[in-house]
Ligand binder design. Structure first.
Ligand code: G6P
Length: 461
């Protein structure tokens, strides 16, 4: 079966769990902007989504020939995937684009790196070959993210007839930082991306950084079109989903944990991800309790930090540090009837929505973030208005800075001051700001975001 529209990404719209008891496979559909975006073209459009088999369940599904309509899972050898995904994409490219290398010990580009880079090439080639085989003449192929930076160039060589788009869901590193990559690798990455007809970014800032890297390393972008599409929240879906009974149940549970009904609530919802800056967020909350003792017993910080990328040691250490610090704050300030930090690590979407609805303040303080959809979802769902404390390094800052209280994410004292300001914001002002934030946050919902890119790709001259 060949298709006119193809999407390619590491993580696909479905994953399979293998039940130990009876060996059956259970399909789980994922969420996210791309999944809802793709639904805009309808089930009859015959789009094909090419993704990697990620765990034992996915691999078993491929082996048994089990699949969902429109999804093609690639069974890339486990060691190649591991080296490409954990060894290069998440350890090197993610770190470069989020400015996460902060020690004299990292990064080291040695023989081990070269072997992993070879795997990254093989992984990209597997995608390029599958896409080349599935694409109808002149098809539109939309390749996603830093995992697949080489695939556009590789596909271009195999299939000069197709239209190739690439979209970066992450920030892009500034040239001085990008320059830490070995020169040949930097060149290969940029040339791979420029194999596309059109490149998409979430903000002007990331697009400009990419252009600046191309100018520095290659002398220019060679005529590839570059566009900015700031993915917005799916307002319609979120409003409906947040009114479901399971969300109301979670609100009751959270209210019971908060205790006294007059207490204010500061929430955060993240993957436990180094770039999300959860530890400095907790330090800022502690500083708030130290500098403004009037908030003791009167505010609770609800932190949802859902485990992510636990194959990487640095993520496991970070996850442990988040728990340790939350315990330390609770031990230092807690009273028999007040737990200052309520930390939940088990992913629960209904509970996240419940927190969005009841929060007085949302803390979104990433070191650097492609967009950050939590900042966009909270104002849409909030019941009575929620003040947003937002890092100036989040992509969402470009659209939300006017009505958020903005912070330098490294400045713990400044973040504590911003939390105080947010907690004392008059209710009417908070409600007004939340309304404007919600409007800005839903300006480009996922379906339009996707269609815009598809149309722009087809229109490339
Ligand atoms: C970011 C990336 C996505 C990725 C997601 C979760 O948002 O841009 O491509 O899927 O993080 O990370 P994971 O490594 O679990 O896929």
């Amino acid at each position: 079966m060949v298709s006119d529209i193809l999407v390619a990404s590491n993580r696909g719209p479905v994953s399979y769990a293998l039940r130990e008891e009876d060996g059956t496979l259970q399909a789980r559909r994922g969420g996210g902007g791309l999944v809802s975006g793709l639904s805009a073209i309808g089930p009859d459009a015959g789009a094909v989504w090419v993704c990697a088999a990620l765990g034992a369940g996915d691999r078993e599904a491929v082996r048994r020939g089990v699949s969902e309509p429109g999804v093609r899972m690639l069974d890339i050898p486990a060691e190649v995937h591991e080296a490409a995904y954990n060894g290069i994409a998440n350890s090197v490219l993610w770190f470069v684009h989020h400015l996460l290398y902060q020690t004299p010990l990292e990064p080291v580009f040695d023989a081990g790196f070269r072997r992993r880079w070879e795997a990254y090439r093989a992984y990209n080639r597997a995608f390029a070959e599958a896409l080349a085989a599935e694409a109808a003449p002149g098809a539109a192929v939309l390749i996603q993210d830093y995992h697949l930076a080489l695939a556009p160039g590789m596909l271009r060589e195999l299939r000069p007839d197709v239209r190739i788009g690439h979209f970066s869901h992450t920030p892009w590193a500034p040239p001085d930082y990008f320059g830490m990559l070995p020169d040949d690798v930097a060149r290969e990455l940029l040339e791979g991306m420029l194999g596309a007809d059109r490149l998409g970014f979430l903000t002007h800032r990331w697009a400009d950084a990419f252009t600046a890297c191309c100018e520095r390393v290659l002398g220019g972008t060679g005529g590839t079109e570059i566009g900015v599409h700031g993915l917005g929240a799916d307002g319609e879906f979120l409003r409906a989903r947040s009114q479901e009974p399971d969300v109301a149940d979670r609100m009751s549970t959270l209210r019971a944990q908060i205790g006294d009904g007059s207490r204010k609530t500061v929430i955060r919802v993240d993957r436990t991800e180094l770039s999300k800056n959860i530890v400095r967020g907790l330090l800022a909350f502690r500083t708030l309790l130290e500098e403004h003792p009037e908030w003791r017993e009167r505010v609770v910080h609800i932190a949802f930090a859902y485990p992510s990328r636990q194959d990487l040691e640095v993520y496991r250490r970070y996850t442990a540090e988040v728990s340790r610090l939350a315990d330390e704050i609770n031990a230092a300030f807690g009273t028999p009837d007040w737990t200052p930090v309520i930390l939940h690590v088990k992913d629960d979407f209904a509970r996240s929505l419940a927190a969005y609805r009841l929060a007085d303040v949302a803390l979104v303080n990433p070191i650097r973030d492609g967009m950050n959809l939590v900042a966009k979802e909270v104002p849409v769902v909030s019941d009575a208005g929620c003040a947003l404390v937002l890092s100036r390094e989040a992509g969402a800052y470009e659209e939300l800075s006017e009505d958020a209280i903005t912070v330098n994410p490294y400045d713990v004292t400044g973040t504590a001051t911003a939390l105080h300001e947010a907690l004392t914001m008059p209710e009417a002002e908070r409600a007004e700001r939340t309304k404007r934030l919600a409007a800005a946050a839903t300006a480009l919902p996922p379906e339009r975001w996707f269609l815009e890119q598809l149309e722009a790709l087809r229109a490339v001259g």
